[in-house]
Design a binder for this molecule. Structure first.
Ligand SMILES: NC(=O)c1ccc[n+]([C@@H]2O[C@H](COP(=O)([O-])OP(=O)(O)OC[C@H]3O[C@@H](n4cnc5c(N)ncnc54)[C@H](O)[C@@H]3O)[C@@H](O)[C@H]2O)c1
Length: 249
C-alpha cells in the first residue's frame, strides 16, 4: 500500500479506525473522514505518532458538497486518491415497515445508502479523470444478504450497497477501478457494544454465528486491506462475507 492514498469514511468508528490503522501500518497515506472531529483529529495524530501518514477531514457523507470536498482534501493533502473504504453507517433503531415512518426510513437510507452513492460517485470521478487505477470497498452487512426481523430500513439500505457495489464494478472494472463490498456479521464496535452489554442478548448473538462468537474489528480490517491491495487484483464486484458463518446457515 506504500505511496497510495486511501479514504476511510466512518473512519473514527470501530471498523473504520481498525482499517485506517492497519492500512497506515502497511504504508498507505490515510484520510480519515467522519462526523466526529475530536476523535478524527486524535486518531490521525495517533497514527502519525506510530510513524504512519494520516489526516482528518470532517465530513457528513449525506452532504454532496462535503463529499466532494472530502475527495478534494485527500487529493490536495497527499497528491492523489487510490482507494477508499466507504464505511460510514448508522443503526437508527429497529422497526418493521408498519413501525417505520418516512423520517426513520430516509435517515437510514441517507447515511447507509446515499452516503455510499455519493462517495463512490466522487471517488470514481476523480480516478477516471486522472487515469488512476483504484480499489474501493463498501461496507454492507449480513443485512445485505439476508433479511432479519424489525430492520426494514437497515436491511434495505445494506442490500442497496450490494447493488451499488455490483453495478459500479461492472461499469468501471475495465477502466482499472475495482469495487467490492464486505458483509460483516456482528462485530464488537461502538455500534453494537451497548446492546452486547445485555448478557443474554450477547450470548444469543454469539450462538447465531456458527463460529460461536461475535467478530472483532481487526478481523474485518484484514479483509478490507486485502481487497484494497494488489493481492486482490482479480477480485471485483465481490460481496465478501466476514461473518463467522452467519449467512451460510
Ligand atoms: N458492528 C457491526 O456489527 C456491523 C455489522 C455489519 C455492518 N456494520 C457496518 O459497518 C460500518 C461501520 O460501523 P461500526 O460497527 O464501525 O460502527 P461505529 O458506530 O463504530 O462507526 C460508524 C462511524 O460512522 C460515522 N458516521 C455516522 N454517520 C455519519 C455521516 N453521516 N457521515 C460521516 N460519518 C458518519 C460515525 O461517527 C462512526 O464513527 C457501518 O456501515 C455499519 O452499518 C457493522
Amino acid at each position: 500500500m506504500g505511496g497510495r492514498t486511501l479514504l476511510v469514511t466512518g473512519g473514527t468508528g470501530g471498523l473504520g479506525s481498525a482499517t485506517a490503522r492497519l492500512c497506515a501500518s502497511r504504508g498507505a497515506q490515510v484520510v480519515i473522514a467522519d462526523l466526529d472531529a475530536d476523535a478524527g483529529t486524535a486518531l490521525a495524530k495517533d497514527i502519525r505518532a506510530d510513524g504512519g501518514e494520516a489526516a482528518f477531514v470532517r465530513t457528513d457523507v449525506t452532504d454532496e458538497a462535503q463529499v466532494k470536498a472530502m475527495v478534494a482534501f485527500a487529493v490536495d493533502t497527499f497528491g492523489g486518491l487510490h482507494g477508499a473504504f466507504n464505511n460510514a453507517g448508522i443503526d437508527n433503531g429497529h422497526k418493521t415497515i408498519l413501525e417505520a415512518d418516512l423520517a426513520h426510513w430516509q435517515q437510514n437510507l441517507a447515511v447507509n445508502l446515499t452516503g455510499v452513492f455519493l462517495c463512490l460517485k466522487y471517488e470514481i470521478e476523480h480516478m477516471i479523470a486522472t487515469g488512476t487505477s483504484g480499489a474501493i470497498v463498501n461496507t454492507s452487512s449480513t443485512a445485505g444478504a439476508v433479511g432479519c426481523a424489525n430492520a426494514v430500513a437497515y436491511i434495505s439500505a445494506k442490500h442497496g450497497v450490494v447493488g451499488l457495489t455490483r453495478s459500479t464494478a461492472v461499469d468501471y472494472s475495465a477502466k482499472g477501478i475495482r469495487v467490492n463490498a464486505v458483509l460483516p456479521g456482528a462485530v464488537n464496535t461502538p455500534m453494537l457494544e451497548g446492546a452486547l452489554e445485555d448478557k443474554a442478548f450477547a450470548e444469543m448473538v454469539a450462538r447465531s454465528h456458527p463460529i460461536g462468537r461475535v467478530g472483532q474489528a481487526p478481523e474485518v480490517a484484514e479483509t478490507v486491506a486485502w481487497l484494497l491491495s494488489d493481492a486482490a487484483a482479480f477480485v471485483t464486484g465481490a460481496c465478501v462475507s466476514v461473518d463467522g458463518g452467519f449467512t451460510t446457515q
